[in-house]
Ligand binder design. Structure first.
Ligand code: HEM
Ligand code: HEM
Length: 188
């Protein structure tokens, strides 16, 4: 089953969820490592290009996910969740979806406003054009800060979100995590 049902996530959602999750966790670690002040400049240049290539991949998949989200039913919450838990998970999911778009867009804006004018090579295959934004040190500093703040905000939210999933699986022993891992119907 590719599409969501009222009681289960389809493979489309599951595949998008875990590939985007993997990419974003990798990008946060890579982003942190490549911006350490003592890093070798040649290695840093390569890591920046990898970061930008995987960042655009995350942006493309996240845009597809937004369309997929709008085009699919949302499975009803697992039975037994309190009103607070339902509200908190809905808000968290909205914020996660929003940040998976705004974080790479802020990265694109920072690369576009940089006075260094370094092109973005997508996996050494093609050049991704810069956004039509004015290049200046001030704009670059603004977008660098915005990108970092949003990215670490996303990291914090992912930690909270993953902790909630593990709490449900190991302590509450419900199907919250299982239904994001396989799409058969499972009621407990
Ligand atoms: C979801 C996707 C992305 C995530 C999670 C992410 C995450 C991060 C993180 C955590 C940092 C380190 C911030 C710091 O400690 O100062 C960083 C830096 C950076 N990111 Fe991203 N990024 C993403 C997408 C992109 C994209 C699409 C681009 C460009 C096209 C980009 C360009 C950069 C650049 C150039 C830096 C270095 C900024 C500096 O000079 O300090 N990122 N990113
Ligand atoms: C960057 C990382 C992540 C992002 C952006 C993210 C985003 C989301 C979003 C938007 C949803 C709502 C359903 C949908 O995909 O449309 C969701 C559901 C879910 N996520 Fe994640 N997620 C991430 C990482 C993780 C991790 C690491 C875990 C587990 C350890 C996890 C477990 C779950 C579970 C169990 C659900 C289903 C919740 C439900 O039944 O309502 N996610 N996630």
């Amino acid at each position: 089953m590719l599409r969501n049902r009222r009681d289960a996530f389809g493979w489309g959602t599951i595949a998008l969820h875990w590939s985007i999750a993997l990419l974003i966790i990798g990008l946060i670690v890579l982003g942190y490592v490549m911006t350490r002040p003592d890093i070798d400049p040649a290695l840093q240049f390569d890591l920046f290009q990898w970061h930008k290539s995987f960042g655009f991949t995350a942006l493309a998949l996240s845009a597809i996910r937004v369309i997929w989200w709008l085009a699919n039913a949302h499975p009803a919450p697992v039975a037994g969740l309190s009103a607070f838990e339902k509200r908190a998970s809905t808000i968290t999911h909205w914020l996660l979806v929003g940040l998976t778009i705004t974080v790479p867009m802020a990265g694109w804006a920072l690369a576009s406003t940089s006075t260094l004018g370094i092109p973005t090579f997508f996996f050494n295959r093609m050049v991704i054009p810069h956004l039509p934004m004015e290049k200046s040190a001030g704009a670059e500093a603004f977008w660098t800060n915005a990108h970092a703040i949003l990215a670490y905000g996303l990291a914090a939210l992912v930690l909270l979100h993953a902790a909630a999933a593990l709490y449900h699986h190991f302590l509450r022993r419900d199907t919250v995590l299982l239904r994001m891992l396989r799409n058969e119907r499972r009621e407990r």
